[in-house]
Design a protein around this ligand. Structure first.
Ligand code: M6R
Length: 614
């Protein structure tokens, strides 16, 4: 949460910063700001609201410096207003700092600084940190790097920061602990950002700082990376970026979310490519293969995740238990980490995370690792924190997902989980050769089926028109499609702000049925092979209470069509893979309803793409 961008080199810094902030806006959009460093003075502009508002405000400023940094904020401490926006300046006006994360002990530091005569304008923890750096600079007569290091050794919490001093336009100091920070390396220039998207068109070479590292970035010099705790020099590892500019632009679509929904045939295919080798009867996944013994002897798999990734985990539970007969538990990472869970040495803990940076998921994994479990990551962002701390893992290869509502990352996670379940089931002998082969063929065909399902868009638009003003929605499903119902409901509420709940269809009669009347739209996933008759009975129950039924059915269905008010047909496939296909019309429904209600689809209120605070 919060995006940081910075530049030092020979180009004008402002366009790089403002465009970078636009790309990082998915990380938070409560306020935005930037600072340019001219000899002896800063040009600092900041405002509540979006980067476009900052751009407007900046028109009155001198924008010619070739060193500077910017910030887009997801508010933690202090409401979103101009004053709480970053960058924050020190009392002596010499230092500026941008920050992503939370300084947990800022109150006690603030009290001590106040006793020393420091004053504060904002409610933020960041303003405390910049003044702590000033304090050490003055007290120790320290250079910027050392002053930042001293200050960071005093703080508890999570941070990615960038700091500049107006006595030196040739230097930016950055550091990270728990929040991501990448440094792009060009010829005689450096870029700083929370992820590599702001600089991918300038350089493909990047360093991802590790937790507990800081870097002094000086014009014309090699980067100096050190540990924050002990000031030891670290040799940075330079990685080549695996994506390009085209992948992070809208490509003619109105919103990133719509583009990402339509990318799914390709993203699912990319996730399977080189792994699902149906002709050879092989699923090639190095992360599993290299640790086959671990998986064979695992008594239990625990999946930890948040939000949409947690829903993918629930589908994973059904898949792995059914195909490989290994017990699986799915846990909200935020609960798991604080409830003293029982973790045994032969447990495998799988973290699922699009961003690979979700603070709760990361903490849950660290806990599992400390207690001796083997930890496995399913991440989309290459080089992310979760990907780096796990013993092994599989990337989802969905490509950058910019829309805050997760779509293509979800179906890519389901694809990976399907591959893992098939591979484990084959190896431990729980899956017959014939069934394994049949399911591999079905899975291979999924990108084509998703392509076909996207053609339901026009029908979905008509349904969206009918229900765009609804105040509540219910989503029901059973078996594999119970998590699909949860995911459909989450998609609708997060981008359209309509209250929606997902439920296992049979649970409806234990409470939610009381909500049903002629104003309640109920989306039911009623695929042919998934407890169909039972779901039909549930649909009857809704109908007799006059609820409006929107059914997702298998192509050619007639029974549900008789009962439902609206039907969306999806192509037939193995029940195990229906969540991938059935999610498509649900994503489209939430998208169109949100657009019709005038909501900001890609940047829904109060949310951020990557939740790096707990
Ligand atoms: O990056 P992660 O997959 O770890 O993110 C987890 C959730 O924050 C995320 O899925 C969130 O629920 C999405 N906004 C849902 O669309």
């Amino acid at each position: 949460m919060c995006g940081i961008v910075g530049y030092i080199g020979n180009r004008e810094a402002y366009p790089i910063i403002i465009n970078g902030l636009k790309r990082l806006e998915y990380r938070g959009y409560d306020s935005a700001g930037f600072v340019l460093n001219y000899p002896e003075n800063f040009e600092l502009v900041k405002t509540k609201g979006k980067v476009s508002e900052l751009e407007e405000k900046a028109k009155a400023s001198k924008l010619t410096a070739n060193v500077g940094m910017g910030h887009t904020r997801w508010a933690t401490h202090g409401e979103p207003n101009d004053c709480n926006s970053h960058p924050h300046m020190s009392n002596n006006g010499e230092l500026v700092l941008v920050h992503n994360g939370i300084i947990e002990n800022y109150e006690s530091i603030k009290i001590k600084l106040k006793e020393l005569g420091f004053t504060f304008q904002s409610d933020t923890d960041t303003e405390v940190l910049v003044n702590l750096v000033q304090y050490f600079q003055d007290k120790e007569n320290a250079n910027l790097c050392d002053a930042v290091r001293y200050a960071l050794n005093e703080v508890v919490g999570a941070f990615a920061i960038a700091v500049m001093n107006n006595r030196n336009t040739d230097e930016i100091v950055v550091a990270r602990l728990g929040s991501p920070l990448a440094i792009g390396i060009g010829e005689d220039e450096y870029f700083i950002a929370s992820d590599a998207s702001p600089f991918v068109e300038f350089t493909k070479d990047a360093i991802y700082l590790e937790d507990g590292e800081m870097a002094c970035i000086r014009r014309g010099e090699k980067i100096d990376v050190r540990t924050i705790i002990s000031n030891e020099t670290v040799a940075p590892s330079v990685q080549e970026l695996q994506f390009d500019l085209e992948q992070i632009e809208k490509g003619g679509y109105d919103h990133f979310m719509l583009k990402e929904i339509y990318e799914q045939p390709k993203s699912i295919h990319d996730t399977m490519r080189g792994r699902l080798l149906t002709d050879e009867g092989i699923i090639r996944m190095a992360g599993i293969w290299d640790h086959q013994e671990r998986f064979n002897s695992a008594k239990r798999i625990i999946i930890v995740a948040c939000g949409t990734s947690w829903h993918a985990g629930l589908v994973g539970e059904y898949l792995i238990e059914e195909l490989a007969r290994i017990p699986v538990e799915v846990e909200y990472a935020s609960e798991f980490r604080y409830r003293n869970p029982i973790i045994k040495k032969n447990d495998i803990v799988i973290a699922i995370s699009q961003s690979g940076e979700t603070a709760d998921t990361l903490a849950a994994l660290k806990l599992a690792k400390e207690q001796g479990a083997f930890i496995y990551g399913i991440c989309n962002v290459v080089g992310s924190s979760i990907a780096r701390i796990t013993d092994a893992g599989s990337y989802t290869h969905a490509g950058p997902e910019i829309g805050v509502a997760s779509t293509k990352a979800f179906t890519a996670q389901l694809t990976i989980l399907s591959l893992i379940a098939l591979k484990l089931g084959k190896h431990n002998g729980n899956l017959s050769k014939a069934r394994y082969h049949e399911l591999c063929l079905e899975l291979e065909n999924i990108p084509k089926l998703v392509e076909e399902t996207l053609k339901t868009n026009d029908a979905v638009v008509e349904i969206a028109k009918k229900f765009k003003d609804a105040e509540n929605f219910l989503y029901l499903g059973r078996g594999y499609n119970f998590p699909t119902a949860l995911e459909g409901a989450l998609k609708l509420k997060e981008i359209s702000y309509i209250h929606a709940e997902g439920y296992p269809a049979a649970e409806m009669k234990h409470g939610p049925i009381a909500l049903i009347d002629e104003n309640m739209p109920v989306v039911v996933i009623a695929t042919k092979k998934g407890h169909y008759d039972k779901v039909v009975s549930n649909i009857q129950e809704i109908k007799s209470r006059k609820g409006k039924i929107i059914a997702i059915v298998t192509r050619g269905d007639s029974q549900v069509r008789e009962l439902a008010d609206y039907c969306i047909e999806i192509p037939d496939t193995a029940e195990e893979f229906t969540p991938i296909v059935a999610s498509i019309p649900l994503q489209l429904l939430s998208y169109h309803i949100a657009v019709m209600r005038g909501a900001n689809v890609d940047q829904p209120r109060n949310l951020a793409k990557s939740v790096t605070v707990e």
